[in-house]
Design a protein. Sequence first.
Length: 135
Amino acid sequence: MFRVCRFLAATAAAAAIGFASPAMAGLDGCNKTNEKIYVAIAHNSDQGWLSLGWWTIQPNSCVTMIGGALQHRYYYAYAESDSGRIWGGTYNFCIQDEKFDIVGGDNCESRGYETVGFHEHDVGGNTEYTVLIGP
């Protein structure tokens, strides 16, 4: 069964992820599709690489994934839709079907996770940024 279906049960063609100018607060994710999407993000932290998920974003809506001023230059995003569409990239991080907060991006499978490719976003010196996910 597709991951999102398992995720929904547990919690009651790749395309590029676009990006835009600064957001309203921290790191926002905006869904520019006509279907619900599920987003995971990753970034470097004091503990090492950290991947977090899932945020559910309704069609043509936005959510704040990280509140407050951004502390890092690079953030990474991965998204899936109910129809099986995937938005990713070439930077590998760990995920799992249920909500997660995973430290470390290596040896995902040996730790019980799955490795998927995230898309890199260079936020430069901005403290606010929006990740646009869509066609």
